[in-house]
Design a protein. Sequence first.
Length: 325
Amino acid sequence: MAVPQVIAVSPRGSGTPLLAQVTTALGYTPYGTMSDPRPDGAGEAPGPGEVHRLLTAAYGPDRAALLLRRQDGEWDRLETAYQDAVSALWRVWWTRLGQPVTAASPVGPGPEDRLTRIPDADLLGLLPGRGCWYVNSLDLQCADAGLLRLWQATGRPPVVFHHRDVRDRIVSQIRMLCGPADEVGSLPDHLVYRDIVGALPDMDARITLALTDPGFPGMEDARRCAWLLHHPAVCVLTHEELAGPAHGGTAEARREALDRLRNSVGAPSPGAPLPAPVSPADHARDGDDLTVGIWRCHFTPAHERLLQQRHADLLAHAPVPGAHA
């Protein structure tokens, strides 16, 4: 039986939308970096029985019972309370995963205070349905010790590490930062580096910045994730495997990677194959952002030397076809 919650660690620029496409097809709602802070808006609204545990944890049994009794005539009130509880739970999850949260909360302190005291094992079953929590890194120094101990002892929630050749990640990050403002998102370093990258004259200068500026988004994230490559309980997937023929990979590597993912989360093999990745746009000059090896169109010999001098450790993590099969 498929587990209710999964943690997916995918450094920025790793082609995370392809992984999210797969986990969504497996029945997991994406949360975290792949979703809105109020992530449950898609699909049918959960029923009273499905929200009872979360409402009770967030508001206490008395108020939860009152909210559910009034549902017939006061759907708006129940919906607001439920959405506030989801937002509070999102912040609790985000904090335990070692991710930055704002000091100001969109909801009152009550629900978040209650949910903060929920044991890690009980936290996993509060959301209706199944969820996949996407993060850019999982730093052992920042993640909650209790959540890490639970995972080490039980293997739950399962952890998926999805990574990509550092050179392709750099190009993807630069393209995103140079794109429309509404695609940059709200991460503070993305907002700051959008201005910095946009002020540079060309791709050559932007790649040089990415290779020489220690604060460039995603570089340190990848270093803090290196331990995931070696842990036997982590399901390791590469973008190069998931890319499939549509983005320069192979159908066989994609099938093998999907089998590993299904085994990790306990999902049964589907009667029909999972959807293939969307093909690159016809107008892309040198491939879309998900193309395997797109860095070859942009890296110069000078960039290669900088990479070896400053980031040889990350280059050593470059995916090797079949290494995790």
